[in-house]
Write a protein that binds this ligand. Structure first.
Ligand SMILES: [Zn+2]
Length: 170
């Protein structure tokens, strides 16, 4: 697993993992993270914790989903699980070795495990989860080949969560 940080401060460098200039990949990351944020907002409208996820294969969004634990009465219905299931259904395959999963908040241990089982090529998350994020526990939960990128639109991804919980406390 590779960990890449502070992408925005290195915009003009070449991406470590491909020959494209990093700025191109950075823009792509933001484009797809914005779709994940739209999913997070949908979750919020439904009274769910606002977390959204998108699975991209090539340049195509093959699945988009959001947290649905309240509606489904299912603690496993996290955005990542819903998106992985939908993507596997779309691909008619159980592995997502050519796919990138975008999620607004750092995956929990359960979702990191599912991401590992699905052998997702790359995981991109927005804001960190200081309490439940899998990197608090181990960096070895993901599949060894899975690339990890963090901090894409982190402020927006964090704000939607903070606002949600602030409103709940009122
Ligand atoms: Zn999770």
């Amino acid at each position: 697993m590779s960990v890449q940080t502070n992408i925005s401060s290195a915009k003009l460098e070449k991406c470590t993992y491909c020959v494209k200039p990093l700025i191109v990949r950075h823009m792509d990351y933001e484009k797809y993270m914005r779709i994940a944020l739209m999913e997070a907002r949908d979750a919020e409208l439904e009274g769910e914790v606002p977390i959204g996820a998108v699975v991209v294969c090539g340049d195509k969004v093959i699945a988009r989903a959001h947290n649905r634990t309240e509606h489904l009465h299912d603690v496993t219905a996290h955005a990542e699980i819903m998106a992985i299931t939908a993507a596997e259904d779309y691909m008619d395959a159980k592995y997502l070795t050519d796919c990138t999963l975008f999620v607004t908040v750092e995956p929990c241990v359960m979702c990191a495990g599912a991401i590992a089982w699905a052998q997702v090529a790359e995981v991109v998350f927005g804001t960190e989860d200081a309490k439940r994020g899998f990197t608090r526990y181990s960096n070895q939960i993901l599949h060894p080949k899975t690339k990890l990128t963090r901090g894409i639109l982190a402020d927006e991804c964090e704000k939607i969560m903070k606002d949600f919980f602030a409103r709940k406390r009122r």
